[in-house]
Design a protein around this ligand. Sequence first.
Ligand SMILES: *[C@@H]1O[C@H](CO)[C@@H](O)[C@H](O)[C@H]1NC(C)=O
Ligand SMILES: *[C@@H]1O[C@H](CO)[C@@H](O)[C@H](O)[C@H]1NC(C)=O
Length: 216
Amino acid sequence: MLYLVVVLVLGCLSQEVLGCSCGRRHPQSAYCSADFVIRGRFIGKTQYKTEEQGRVKYEIKTTKIFKAPQGMDDIQFLSTPSMESMCGYEHVLSNKSQAFLITGHAVNGNLVIDQCNFIVPWASLTTAQKRGFEEVYRKACSCNIVPCYGGSCSLESDSQCLWTDVLVHWQEPLNGSQSKYMACVDQGNGLCTWESQKPSVIAARNKEAQSAATAQ
Ligand SMILES: *[C@@H]1O[C@H](CO)[C@@H](O)[C@H](O)[C@H]1NC(C)=O
Ligand SMILES: *[C@@H]1O[C@H](CO)[C@@H](O)[C@H](O)[C@H]1NC(C)=O
């Protein structure tokens, strides 16, 4: 019994020590810091053979590339460490028809993903986030989203937007409204501000711009 307790405690400790911890990121930051961003389906999984022990390779059916290293026009395989403690991304192949938004990095010409990347079912994204990945984030990477963890948060330059979802939704900042509905966008003069990407707000914004143009 004592043995079991010791093993459990050690198990927890080692998880704590070896465990993978990732800083949270706004989806726009996830897009901008990634080397590739795609929409695709996980269709297969293989353990690497001898030359690359300890890695898992996922076969992907890519349906849309939002961002990729230059010259790469299809993405078929993504690799990840097989161990979760090494931040390996474990994907359960339960439904091969389900589309995912997948971000990741290029390392020596290989595309890799891990638990710290933003990988979520495409259907779980809000309309504003889909619009973000499809067109808005790409044009907004000169802006920086700075998380505010409490205390006195302030901006150090015009290119920054303060991410306060972390304060309100500390357990899951991605559930906050800046994450779900806003992008930090350059207003044309290097000044970045939060801008709603909700369809209704965009329609109203366009209408306003149009009537301003007509009035001139
Ligand atoms: C699998 O995913 C597709 C696309 O999201 C969905 O239409 C279908 O209902 C899912 N099937 C199961 C068994 O969950
Ligand atoms: C975040 O939102 C999802 C979907 O609305 C919900 O299921 C989940 O419980 C929320 N997580 C937290 C920690 O509030």
